[in-house]
Design a binder for this molecule. Structure first.
Ligand SMILES: NC(=O)c1ccc[n+]([C@@H]2O[C@H](COP(=O)([O-])OP(=O)(O)OC[C@H]3O[C@@H](n4cnc5c(N)ncnc54)[C@H](OP(=O)(O)O)[C@@H]3O)[C@@H](O)[C@H]2O)c1
Length: 250
């Protein structure tokens, strides 16, 4: 066991963060890099704030399995190991019409669930070779609670929470831990519309115990915890970063 000052350090660890072009993935990638990790982030578009980033960045679509495999092999050949995979890439596609329902469902599941499984399957053999693995899946309070008008998103995150537990069991004895990070309402491009609407903004803040929204940077500490030896006996778990939303009664 490391000295307590080293428990949260990620020096010599190599991390890949999907969905790092902005928002939660971007904040987590910067956080892991600040803790000492060599981080490669990815997304489909160019990095929104490249001047403020402390990680390498590549264009990659997680729904393109060959493209993600290429990236993983490139990172491995450059740095000699892969220790941490954060699956933060995600989309929300609330269907606008009855006819939209199935297409939106399939598209959401493809990115938020199927692609995550593929990314895990691709990264796990490399983690096994290095003898250390931490996979962090970004789910949502919607994985456990009902939310209206977006069944594909809710189902994708519920499925991802279940996938976390299944992979944690299948790979635990190989030294690979798999956990979910469970955000409540965080101010990003994804939630811009509800944050911009005063009524919806206030309604969501009022659902939390802290009476406010979260910021993307408030996910970084929990990600460092789950990536580092500080969480060496934590696997198959859901870590809520939701201002107390899911635990609140009245
Ligand atoms: N914000 C919240 O309140 C909240 C709450 C619960 C859970 N979450 C989850 O947190 C994660 C991050 O969301 P966010 O709020 O930061 O949203 P965001 O600002 O919209 O960021 C989403 C990220 O995912 C990337 N992405 C989407 N599809 C991709 C694909 N096919 N391949 C590669 N990258 C892809 C986006 O990059 P490109 O567009 O460049 O590809 C972007 O970097 C998501 O999984 C989301 O479901 C967010």
């Amino acid at each position: 066991m490391s000295a307590s000052s080293d428990l949260f350090r990620l020096d010599s660890r190599v991390a890949i963060v999907t969905g790092a072009s902005r928002g939660i993935g971007y904040a987590i990638a910067n956080g892991l890099a600040a803790a000492g990790a060599q981080v490669t982030g990815l997304g489909r578009s160019v990095l929104a704030k490249s001047e403020a980033s402390s990680f390498d960045y590549s264009i990659c679509d997680v729904t393109n399995a060959a493209s993600f495999k290429d990236l993983v092999e490139r990172v491995f050949s450059q740095f000699g190991r892969i220790d941490i995979l954060v699956n933060a890439a995600g989309i929300t596609l609330p269907p606008q019409t009855e006819e939209d329902q199935m297409a939106a469902f399939h598209q959401t599941l493809a990115c938020n669930l199927t692609a995550v499984f593929d990314c895990c399957l691709t990264a796990i053999p490399f983690m096994r070779r290095g003898g250390y693995g931490s996979i962090i899946n970004v789910t949502s309070i919607g994985a456990a609670l009902g939310f209206p008008g977006n069944p594909g998103y809710v189902a994708s995150k519920g499925g991802l929470a279940a996938l976390t537990r299944a992979l944690a069991l299948d790979h635990g004895t190989q030294g690979i831990r798999v956990n979910s990070l469970v955000p409540g309402y965080i101010r990003t491009a994804m939630t811009q519309a509800s944050h911009a609407d005063p009524e919806r903004r206030e309604a969501r803040a009022a659902r939390t115990m802290l009476a406010r929204w979260g910021e993307p940077e408030e996910l970084a500490g929990a990600a460092i915890f789950l990536a580092s030896p500080a969480s060496s006996y934590v696997t198959g778990s859901d870590l809520y970063i939701d201002g107390g939303w899911a635990a609140k009664g009245l």
